[in-house]
Design a binder for this molecule. Structure first.
Ligand code: FAD
Length: 446
């Protein structure tokens, strides 16, 4: 890790004596986790205890039960790995207030947090930094190049951020890192995580019944990466836009929960043939999405669009719409369009929708909603509730790209869309065998 990964959230002193505490949240992994590496480095330098906490906010109403199940299994795996390194992981489900009290009791030397560019997380972190007496820092383990270092403004598009990434990337590519055995901790502290109890705690509040196609955890993420590199990387460039080929990496949920570092993925593919299109998505598009959310607090509403887009969407607000659906009709995949219903069904059943279909899915939500603002809210609600990789900068940027043209340019003007880029069913037909996709997800209707 590099010192640029770390950002101070307050100006308070290190209270040397108490333990170094790392509050894990976004980065549920041991390998290439800059917060953990920094925490251990400080603890070793000062001969201090090192403790890891995870406080699960089970009341986050936007998520489904499967998100929590996926996350909790990942935490369980991390706890076992940390136990082998003599580092205790304490998992709780306290309110923010009670959790702060618990932290204070430890009299930490420093509190280290995982960075998130999303506003609810940033506000919460700022409150913690104000209320604790010790230094509080956040570490960016979400991006390869820390979001605050890559650019100090909202970037226009991939075209403007790409040269910055190309210039800085070599500075942030380091060999894979894992923490050492922590001998300054008392031996024998067991990391007992009762997954079933934690799951029971969230089950009642967040029921949905899809079955993720991927297994949670850091080891599973590495397996998925291995399979992708061996079987799909070579054909990724030609086939990634064809949902019937299923040739993309399926790493997004692991990346979202921080079960794998983008650096681990980058280090694995960087010397391979035919890696350019994949690296473009993994690094350029992914870091562009985070740059957007970090620098534009309206990433989840129409005010987050560029002026030209707000104007064109306002001009076409009262255009007649051939179809207007309510949230419940979208949610239950009951539109007139089989391709859209198939995409929605893929997401409802598996917690994942193929990337190309996500664009079509979201653009049609714009076309069939009473306004662009309603469309944004519908898309965010469905995306964050069902996609296992939802509640992520990539999701907000993808939705705002589809509905408001961020990182894109104005296209030909037409009804409802104005000059926002349009997609239609015939476009899908031209690109791949859409009937095969429909019959996979809607066998009875095809
Ligand atoms: P791959 O094609 O294998 O790509 C590798 C990784 O690169 C992905 O895992 C992802 O982290 C990143 N990536 C790929 N495409 C993009 C992109 N366009 N923008 C930013 N990063 C990208 N991605 C999410 O992670 N969470 C979301 O909630 C999400 N919602 C989206 C909603 C809409 C409307 C759109 C248009 C896109 C959304 N995306 C989202 C981006 C993209 O569709 C998914 O990341 C991708 O389909 C995940 O599949 P994969 O891991 O097999 O991707």
């Amino acid at each position: 890790m590099s010192p640029e990964n770390i950002k101070e959230l307050n100006k308070k002193p290190l209270l040397v004596g108490g333990p170094v505490i790392y509050l894990m949240s976004k980065d549920i992994r041991v390998k290439n986790n800059p917060s953990l590496m920094y925490a251990q480095r400080l603890a070793l330098e000062n001969k201090l205890e090192l403790k890891v906490y995870f406080n699960l906010y089970a009341d986050l109403s936007v998520r489904s039960y499967q998100h929590f199940a996926f996350m909790i299994k990942g935490i369980e795996e991390v706890s076992v790995k940390l136990a082998k390194l003599n580092i205790p992981l304490v998992v709780s489900t306290s309110s923010e207030k009670d959790f702060l009290t618990e932290l204070r009791k430890n009299k930490p030397c420093i509190l280290i947090l995982d960075h998130s560019s999303l506003k609810h997380a940033r506000k919460k972190q700022q409150r913690v930094a104000e209320r604790l007496d010790c230094k509080v820092v956040t570490c960016d383990g979400r991006n390869i190049i820390p979001v605050w270092y890559l650019s100090d403004k909202e970037e226009h598009s991939a075209r403007t951020i790409r040269p910055k990434i190309n210039k800085l990337l070599p500075l942030f590519i380091y060999k894979n890192e894992i923490p050492a055995f922590h001998s300054y901790n008392k031996q024998g502290d067991k990391n007992l995580i009762n997954c079933n109890k934690l799951l029971a705690n969230v089950k009642a509040k967040h029921l949905t019944d899809y079955k993720p196609q991927i297994i949670p955890g850091e080891d599973a993420a590495l397996d998925v990466l291995g399979r992708f590199v061996n079987l799909k990387l070579d054909i990724y460039q030609e086939t990634r836009s064809d949902p019937t080929k299923e040739s993309t990496s399926l790493l997004s949920a692991y990346l979202h929960f921080g079960m794998i570092s983008p650096l681990t993925i980058y280090n694995t593919v960087k010397d391979m043939d035919n890696n350019a299109a994949f690296i473009e998505e993994l690094v350029v598009r992914r870091e562009l999405a985070d740059n957007y959310c970090y620098n534009n607090h309206n990433y989840d509403n129409l005010k987050g669009a560029k002026d030209w887009a707000q104007k064109t969407l306002a001009k076409h607000l009262s255009d007649r719409r051939e179809f207007v659906y309510e949230l419940q009709e979208f949610e239950s995949a009951s539109t007139h369009d089989k391709a859209w219903n198939a995409a929605q069904t893929q997401m409802l059943r598996t917690g994942f929708m193929h990337g190309y279909m996500r664009m079509y899915w979201c653009k049609k939500i714009l076309e069939w909603s009473s306004s662009a603002e309603t469309a944004i809210q519908t898309a965010i609600y469905l995306n964050d509730k069902y996609q296992l990789d939802g509640l992520d900068s990539n999701g907000y940027a993808g939705i705002m790209w589809s509905i408001t043209g961020i990182h894109d340019r104005p296209w030909f003007e037409r009804e409802v869309y104005g000059s926002i880029r349009y997609m239609n069913f015939n476009g899908l037909k031209r690109k791949f065998n859409i009937d095969s996709y429909i019959s996979k997800w809607l066998p009875k209707q095809s």
